[in-house]
Design a protein. Structure first.
Lengths: 148, 167
């Protein structure tokens, strides 16, 4: 693996993990009755930027390296399910995450201007879904790496 | 300093902060709540302790994924599918879920405290052991038993330290 690809992989993992962590913080704040929407909307948009960064770097890594150098090794190894199930699931579920993140950020930005308890609860539920999807994606990434 | 050494140091600092804060959160809460009243100063002390705990969790997760990257880039990936590693990942996931459930007031504080304290010590022990002969399921069964034992123990300690009611 070249230094550029290693850097791309590092950016993909760290930006994704930090974005998931930010959604955790967003959810913790949205569970309060009167959250600080200025703070929450700022970090929610940061999560969007980080997910897009993670998305772009993962696409570059997948197209230029994973498909030709890693995937055949996993399929020929002891844990072919690492690609056949976990990566196949991960690469499709992960497509949803940036859109979930944008929806959360837009909702929180709206809440910043016009607080609404019902929308706060709905946004908290959406953030919980994004958090679960994010955690499942991260766990799938660990299993894919462990299958090499 | 090698990247691996830096990751080890950050991981240890995260664990120390988390385990220490979880322990003192229990000690403080038990002492402060012995008269059924938590004053503003006591509430602030607890808030600082929880902030330290969250900082520990953040460092633990970030350095944990740093290890993942290091192992991936050095092609030493066997550890990533070991029972101990997967159990530790599960325990850290439980810690995060437990914090959310407590924040949403979905689970009682007594259960959340037992899960939090046990999970932090379980993460410490699993990290120290690195690998065992026990399977993933066996480790989780021991973990669940430990949560129950710690829960009963905390309940007993709180009952003993609780100030006698005035008649």
């Amino acid at each position: 693996m070249t230094t550029t690809l290693a850097a791309v992989l590092i950016v993909h993992v760290l930006s994704g993990v930090i974005a998931i962590g930010i959604h955790n913080v967003v959810l913790m704040h949205l569970l309060k009755k009167a959250p600080n929407y200025v703070f929450v909307s700022r970090i929610a948009w940061s999560a969007v930027a980080l997910f897009l960064l993670s998305w772009a770097t993962s696409a570059y890594y997948y197209v230029t390296y994973y498909g030709t150098a890693v995937k055949p090794r996993i399929l020929a190894g002891a844990l072919p399910a690492g690609h056949a199930f976990f990566m196949e699931t991960k690469e499709h579920i992960f497509l949803v995450l940036p859109f979930l993140a944008v929806s959360i950020a837009l909702s929180v930005s709206y809440l910043r201007a016009s607080p609404d308890d019902a929308l706060r609860k709905s946004t908290a539920f959406l953030t919980l879904i994004a958090l679960c999807v994010g955690a499942a994606t991260a766990a799938a990434g660990v299993i894919v790496s462990g299958s090499i | 300093m090698a990247v691996y050494d830096l990751l080890v140091i950050v991981h240890i600092i995260g664990t120390v902060l988390g385990v220490g804060a979880a322990t003192f959160a229990e000690i403080h809460y038990t002492r402060f709540n012995s008269d059924d009243i938590i004053t503003d100063d006591e509430r602030k002390t607890l808030a600082v302790t929880y902030t330290v705990m969250r900082t520990g969790l953040f460092l633990l997760v970030i350095s944990g994924f740093g290890f993942l990257l290091y192992l991936r880039l050095t092609e030493y990936t066997d550890l990533l599918t070991s029972a101990t590693f997967l159990a530790k990942m599960t325990v850290v996931g439980v810690l995060v879920g437990n914090a959310l459930l407590l924040q949403a007031r979905i689970i009682p504080l007594a259960i959340g405290a037992a899960v939090s304290l046990t999970s932090w010590y379980a993460a410490l022990i699993l990290g120290s052991l690195r690998d065992t002969n026990a399977s993933y399921i066996e480790i989780l069964v021991y973990y669940i038993i430990a949560v129950v034992v710690v829960g009963v123990g905390l309940r007993w300690v709180r009952a003993r330290l609780h100030a006698p009611k005035t008649i």
